[in-house]
Write a protein that binds this ligand. Structure first.
Ligand code: SF4
Length: 721
């Protein structure tokens, strides 16, 4: 298949630049990209109404990865001596197809798994789901977005009947008189989004931030609540208790638009402020202040990020914050509401169109008979041929190489060796596979373990749609020609499907062709894209789903009249705080919480290769409070070993009062011995299957400089000699 360039007008072609979007986070900043001589020139696109011309340093340097010498430019196939060596495309794809069929013959069809990513375009996410179900017939497909947004998404579905991260545009933020932002350091993870919070405060609005550490974001806050990690639902319940006690809740809204309030009211009656302080470590006075700011504001927003969500009770945590939003009557009101801030570039679209184990396109459930019938008709297969639900991301990785588990795996756009929790265990499982294929731009830590590595075209080298954190479907345009030797992920999927005997179901003339099939597949689903066309996106700068017909303008603001639940009402959920899966102890006396830093992105496969970003963040630095540093005899810049019950990681130490005395913060962008995910706990939320990235217990040991014996007459030397 040849994926042709879009046959639609390209806007803003000043100096030959192409209007496209950043490859990294879910803000999907608009950028203008051009090539001047040998140099790529990237500028923020002032016409894109989300970033308004702003870019963070990751976006500004994103083109640096395109022509790096270690960019993969040819498939690699592991030879008989165990070495990855360049191969022809036909040989590489055939090796994968043969391995998949042999595995399915030896075990069963579900013994082949597919693992996708939150950076894949909507077209790729859709096609990967179809490839798993139609070409392979396996139930085992999931993606790394399970590690990102799944708890917030599950909470949204439970409470509102639908998950769209932000059910309103970011332009509403400045008009909220109060915003509570829980567990998100947007000033570092999505800097251009801060313009909206700055505008909100400049207009007299108040910003409350909940985060165990003082971050760049908390510096902009009017009020910072720094809880013990893992106590989010107790904070939310404590605030709701105070709001109810003060008579600040909106009883008209509760009566007319919600259900389940009385049970929640009874449950939070026991979260009096002194008790909430005891559980969370947040002074009662600050909880009262937060409730006061929210309860008296004419408009307010509650926003959650990965902090409360990446926990084994992440769905409960998000629901507890939603309870506040519903009690105050915020959801569906102007300049108000609840939203969760999606992290990955296409985290939103990637979870709507079928690359999740329990889902079909259009955000349909795979166990819904009507949804199955609809997809069977779009795909031209019998409904009985579509497999049922498969294993979620961590469950699939944990099953690798085991009886009844996945024996051959294809990973597209994900570096699970760095991004999965309990990563030493995941490494062991990956090494036990019969066969691994990885598609990526670079030889990542995961690709290095593969039997076949396929070189993917980069984001700037192909067309496709993305759905940003607001549910705005945008067009990411091809700005440059891919280097010889690489193929798009779509070409790979279609090529493999053909080798598996399914060419007819995977014949497309263009990316637009795939999008048009996705539109039909999503029609009348929860995430209905049927009325969205490439032309409409190009003409408007983005269309918000649901958009059920070509005449429909899209839906920037949801829930104005009713909720898509069976009763049309939003649902309160009774949440009782539960402790994290793992407690501190004399052996592991500190809490570890993990997160991102400004100059790196996710597993770092791309950003760790960019010189300017490495100058800013060359290695992981653990933040330790001075009191803890004294206890362990640490000085600033020391090398330490952080140890949990699952493994250890070597990091540098920064001693800072910005972190709680009982907590260590570590970023997770690095691999091997610098990997914070060697420590993290894979305990899963029972509903979302989200691992507990944000809370585990660790101890800290000063690392000795590694002493090694050389072969020079038994002379010993240290790293610093
Ligand atoms: Fe890219 Fe996100 Fe930075 Fe915008 S904020 S430039 S989308 S990484």
């Amino acid at each position: 298949m040849t994926v042709t360039e879009l046959n639609i007008p390209k806007p803003i072609a000043a100096h030959g630049a192409t209007a496209t979007h950043c490859p990294y986070c879910a803000l999907q900043c608009g950028m203008l990209m051009a090539k001047s001589g040998d140099e790529y020139v990237v500028n923020g696109d002032p016409a894109f109404p989300v970033n308004n011309g702003g870019l963070c340093i990751k976006g500004a340097t994103c083109a640096d990865t395109l022509e790096l010498p270690d960019r993969l430019r040819s498939p690699l196939v592991r030879n008989g001596r165990g070495i990855l060596q360049p191969a022809e495309w036909d040989a590489a794809l055939t090796r994968i197809a043969v391995a998949f069929r042999a595995t399915q013959t030896k075990y069963d069809r579900h013994a082949v798994g597919v693992f996708g990513g939150g950076s894949l375009t909507n077209e790729k996410a859709y096609l990967l789901g179809k490839f798993a179900r139609v070409a392979l017939g396996t139930s085992n497909i999931d993606y790394n977005g399970r590690f990102c947004m799944s708890s917030g998404a599950a909470a949204g579905i439970k409470a509102f009947g639908v998950d769209r991260g932000l059910p309103f545009p970011v332009q509403d933020i400045p008009h909220a008189r109060a915003v509570l932002l829980a567990g998100s350091n947007v000033a570092e993870t999505m800097p251009p989004l801060m313009q909206y919070f700055s505008a909100q405060r400049n207009r007299g609005g108040k910003l409350i931030v909940v985060d165990p550490r003082q971050s760049v974001t908390t510096q902009s806050a009017d009020l910072h609540l720094a809880p013990i990690p893992g106590t989010d639902s107790a904070i939310a319940n404590g605030i709701l208790h105070i709001l109810i006690r003060n008579g600040a809740v909106d009883m008209d809204y509760i009566r007319s638009r919600t259900e389940g309030f009385e049970e929640v009211k009874s449950a939070v009656a026991t979260y009096w402020p002194e008790r909430a302080e005891r559980i969370t470590g947040v002074p009662e006075k600050l909880l009262v202040e937060a409730a006061g700011l929210l309860g008296t504001a004419a408009s307010a927003m509650i926003l959650t990020g990965r902090g409360p969500e990446q926990q084994s009770h992440g769905v409960d945590n998000a629901l507890a914050y939603i309870n506040i939003a519903l009690a105050l009557g915020l959801v569906g009101k102007p300049n108000s509401g609840y939203g969760c801030l999606t992290g990955q570039g296409n985290g939103q679209g990637g979870r709507e169109h079928g690359q999740k184990a329990d889902q079909l396109p259009g955000y349909r459930r795979i166990d819904d008979p009507e949804a199955r019938r609809h997809l069977a008709s779009v795909w031209g297969v019998a409904e009985s041929e579509i497999p049922g639900p498969g294993k979620s991301a961590y469950e699939m990785l944990d099953s690798l190489g085991r009886a009844g588990g996945v024996r051959a795996l294809m990973i597209m756009g994900s570096n699970v060796m760095v991004s999965a929790p309990n990563s030493l265990h995941i490494e062991e499982r990956i090494k036990s596979l019969d066969f691994l294929a990885v598609a990526d731009f670079f030889r990542s830590e995961t690709a290095s373990l593969a039997d076949v590595v396929l070189p993917s075209a980069a984001w700037a080298e192909e067309d496709g749609t993305m759905t940003n954190l607001e549910g705005r479907v945008i067009l990411r345009r091809r700005a440059v020609t891919p280097p010889a030797g690489v193929r798009t992920d779509i070409e790979m999927i279609c090529g493999l499907a053909a080798l598996l005997g399914k060419q007819e179901s995977f014949s497309y003339s263009s990316t637009r062709d795939i999008f048009n099939e996705l539109r039909r597949a999503s029609e009348k689903g929860v995430a209905d894209y049927s009325g969205i066309t490439y032309e409409k996106i190009a003409a408007t700068g983005g269309v918000f789903w649901p958009c059920p017909s070509e005449e429909h303008p899209g839906t920037p603001r949801m829930f104005l009249d009713k909720f898509p639940t069976t009763t049309g009402r939003a649902r309160f959920h009774t949440i009782c705080h539960q402790a994290p899966a793992e407690q501190t102890s004399s052996d592991y006396p500190l809490w570890l919480t993990t997160g991102r830093v400004l100059a790196q992105y996710q597993s770092g496969t791309q950003t760790r290769r960019v010189g300017a970003l490495n100058e800013l963040a060359p290695e992981p630095v653990a933040e330790v409070n001075p009191a803890a540093a004294r206890r362990y005899g640490l000085a600033d810049g020391d090398s330490v070993l952080l140890k949990s019950r699952r493994g250890s990681a070597r990091l540098k130490v920064k001693i800072t009062r910005t972190i709680r005395e009982d907590t260590v913060f570590a970023p997770f962008h690095w691999g091997e011995e610098k990997s914070a995910n060697r420590l993290t706990n894979p305990a899963l939320d029972p509903t979302s299957k989200m691992p507990e990235f944000k809370v585990c217990s660790v101890r800290i040991e000063k690392a000795e400089s590694p002493r090694q014996q050389t072969d020079l007459g038994g002379v010993w030397w240290t790293e610093n000699d």
